[in-house]
Write a protein that binds this ligand. Structure first.
Ligand SMILES: O=C(O)CCC(=O)C(=O)O
Ligand SMILES: [Fe+2]
Length: 290
């Protein structure tokens, strides 16, 4: 995939069209719906080790919604196989080599009518502090996003700023929660980025977006009547990371082991759960606690 390597190095992102055929995407789509229903069984955000359902009583939709689910591979054999499908290896190996661990496995929803379906511009390096930040975060990590629904401007497709990955860490959105607030253009200009360069990554179901931990990206709210389901898998070169679950060992697809490894959830050992957490980051929660 020489074009992909070149594009990612030059622009900081690339789209692999038709990564997963419609027939296989259909099964993934059904499983993602099943995970949504699983999340809705909880009255609030729920964690059990790396498994997380982010559940919110949305003030605008006036119903409970699931915004994200992390590591549902622990509940779903189909998603567990999908995260280490050989097609991922084909995309990742030219960048990361044959020994690859996975740091993030996330399903994202943007439920129609909900208030919190917006992601401020940021760089994912923001979510990689701690000892795992050692190594070359730009060269040794790749994030992928699979379009489950069609991703359009209306339903809040991911937006990227080409070439922003060459600028180092810019601190965007470090002043607060990523899904609250809207002063993006000013913030981009302050960081020396021009909002006119923003590209909306429109994708068909089965397309795969690939970006780096330094690529500036965010997404607009879903103003359509359809959901926008997106599956994020983020991988690292195993040699550079003491974190993560194996995805490929010497190029061989590797299932989850008997117990979870520390990925992003640092407190895995001291506070494994299961427990519920009331959302404290929304405007409503902040107003209520004052
Ligand atoms: O789902 C999205 O639109 C963006 C999510 C994202 O960038 C993140 O969670 O880091
Ligand atoms: Fe992100």
């Amino acid at each position: 995939m020489p074009d992909l390597v070149e594009q990612l190095r030059t622009d900081g992102y690339a789209i692999v069209r038709g990564f997963l055929p419609a027939s296989e995407l259909e099964a993934v789509s059904r499983e993602v719906d099943r995970m949504y229903e699983e999340g809705l069984r909880h009255h609030a955000t729920y964690r059990d080790r790396n498994l997380l359902f982010e559940v919110l009583d949305d003030p605008k939709a006036r119903r409970r919604v699931v915004l994200q689910a992390h590591w549902t591979a622990w509940l779903s054999p189909l998603l567990e196989r999908n995260r280490r499908d050989p097609r991922y290896l084909a995309v990742l190996e030219p960048f990361l080599g044959p020994d690859i661990k996975q740091i993030a496995h996330q399903l994202h929803w943007k439920p129609p009518g909900a208030k919190y379906t917006f992601y401020r511009f940021h760089q994912d390096a923001r979510f990689r502090d701690g000892p795992s930040a050692a190594g070359d975060l730009l060269r040794d990590a790749i994030t992928t996003g699979l379009a489950i629904d069609r991703q359009s401007t209306a339903n809040g497709a991911l937006r990227v700023i080409p070439k922003s990955h060459t600028r180092g860490y810019l601190g965007l959105s470090d002043d607060g929660p990523i899904m609250v607030g809207t002063t993006q253009d000013e913030e981009l200009r302050r960081a020396g980025l021009d909002p006119v360069n923003v590209v909306t990554c429109e994708m068909d179901p089965g397309d795969l977006l690939v970006w780096t931990l330094f690529t500036v990206h965010g997404s607009a709210p879903n103003v359509s009547t359809h959901d926008r389901r997106f599956m994020i898998n983020s991988y690292v070169r195993a040699a550079g990371s003491d974190r993560g679950e194996w995805a490929f060992r010497d190029g061989v697809s590797t299932p989850l082991g008997p117990t979870p490894e520390i990925c992003k959830y640092e407190q895995l050992r001291e506070k494994p759960g299961p427990f519920h957490i009331e959302a404290d980051w929304t405007e409503e929660a902040k107003a209520g606690s004052m």
